[in-house]
Unconditional design. Structure first.
Length: 248
């Protein structure tokens, strides 16, 4: 199978976890404390992947300067885009109980869709680019993204249901993001093939910076609000689980 097609398949697999989480959040009445705990675990998993897979790999590939510039740039781009989306109702897109309805803020549904896309694309690009290193995908990165996508889909779908959005909107949104995740991984592999190590390192760090900003801006608040007494412990458990997986 061509490498670019493998990349697309891995990205689609990781993105499909959003549908799994959305189904759980829509059809099951999961307590908010449980949702918050799962979100905290997912945040820890992603933090580990960012630290030991993305940033470390970027530094090994291209050195300190491309890594710092890329990570800083990714955080800035994500934050600016997130600020723009927040003004249109997407501020709490991953929250299980704080999303505005379309009646309360017209256009918020579209903003949430764009915000979900903003959250998912950097992760998928890294999955596709990871195949370029040695011809095999980083299973740790795929597992980290998959495990973190489940609580993202769960929490967001629960919030969308509570805000009065339709089941059609919710599942078409996450299906679309899952498909785009596959395409983003495919493009990340095909477009970055043959790129100089410094460029590849900068792009990997760019995605890592965006993911790190996303974790602290959207995942941690949901976890802290409803599971604040245990959020640190659960986050560390997720971090260690991903760390152990990367050293298995």
């Amino acid at each position: 199978m061509p490498e670019w097609l493998q990349a697309g398949g891995w990205g689609l697999l990781a993105g499909s976890a959003l549908l799994v989480g959305a189904a759980a959040g829509w059809f099951a009445r999961v307590p908010q404390r449980v949702i918050a705990s799962i979100m905290a675990f997912g945040a820890g998993v992603l933090l580990s992947a960012v630290s030991f897979e993305m940033i470390a790999e970027a530094h090994d590939e291209g050195g300190m300067l491309p890594t710092v510039i890329g990570a800083g740039g990714g955080a800035v781009v994500y934050t600016l885009a997130n600020l723009a989306l927040a003004r249109h109702g997407a501020r709490n897109r991953k929250r299980s109980g704080a999303q505005p309805s379309e009646g309360e803020q017209p256009g918020s549904g579209s903003a949430i869709a764009v915000g979900a896309l903003l959250d998912g694309v950097p992760e998928s690009v890294v999955i596709g680019a990871s195949l370029l290193s040695g011809g095999t995908v980083s299973l740790v990165t795929v597992a980290a993204v998959f495990l973190s996508n489940v609580p993202e889909g769960l929490s967001s779908a629960a919030g969308m249901r509570q805000a009065g959005r339709s089941r059609r909107f919710v599942f078409l949104l996450w299906l679309g993001i899952a498909l785009i995740s596959g395409v983003a991984a495919l493009l990340g592999n095909s477009l970055l093939g043959g790129a100089p190590p410094e460029v590849l390192a900068g792009i990997t760090a760019l995605a890592a910076g965006a993911i790190l900003a996303m974790i602290t801006d959207t995942m941690v608040p949901e976890a802290f609000e409803n599971a604040h007494l245990l959020v640190g412990l659960i986050t560390v458990a997720g971090f260690l689980a991903a760390f152990a997986l990367s050293h298995a």
